[in-house]
Design a protein. Structure first.
Length: 136
C-alpha cells in the first residue's frame, strides 16, 4: 500500500512539473468544514466519474513524521466512465493521465480548502495531443 501511495504521489509530482504551472487551483471557503474529500467524491460520481482512489494522507504522514500541518490532505484519482475510454482508444498515450489526480488540502490554521488539478491544456502538452475530449 505504501509503495502504491508513493508511486501515485511521484506520478502527480512528475505531471505537475511537466505542466509548468498549468494547474487549476480552486480555493473554497471551508470554515465550516462542509466541503470534504468525500463530498467532492460524491460530486464526481454524480457527474459520470468513477473515483479509483480516495487516499487520506494525514495518517501516513503523522505515522512517519509524528505531525502534520493539514486539517485535510487527500490525494484522489478518478476517471470519467465514458470519456476516458474514448480518449485512450484514440490516444493510447493518454493512459499516462487516466486516471487523473486531484490534490485536496487545507492547512490546520486555514479556513480555505484548496483543490488542485491539471488543466486540459497541460494534459494536452504532456501527451503531445490536441483533442476536445480533454476539455470535456
Amino acid at each position: 500500500m505504501k509503495k502504491i501511495i508513493i508511486a501515485i504521489v511521484a506520478l502527480m509530482c512528475t505531471i505537475s512539473l511537466q505542466a509548468k504551472g498549468d494547474l487549476h487551483l480552486i480555493s473554497i471557503d471551508n470554515k465550516s468544514g462542509a466541503v470534504t474529500p468525500l463530498s467532492i467524491e460524491d460530486a464526481l460520481v454524480a457527474n459520470g466519474f468513477a473515483v479509483d482512489l480516495n487516499s487520506e494522507m494525514n495518517l501516513p504522514f503523522t505515522k512517519q513524521f509524528k505531525e502534520t500541518s493539514f486539517k485535510v490532505f487527500t490525494l484522489m484519482t478518478f476517471h470519467h466512465n465514458t470519456l476516458a475510454l474514448e480518449l485512450v482508444k484514440k490516444y493510447p498515450q493518454a493512459g499516462v493521465i487516466t486516471p487523473m489526480g486531484i490534490g485536496i488540502y487545507q492547512g490546520l490554521n486555514e479556513n480555505t480548502l484548496h483543490v488542485s488539478i491539471l488543466t486540459a491544456e497541460a494534459q494536452g502538452k504532456i501527451l503531445g495531443i490536441k483533442t476536445p475530449i480533454l476539455k470535456k
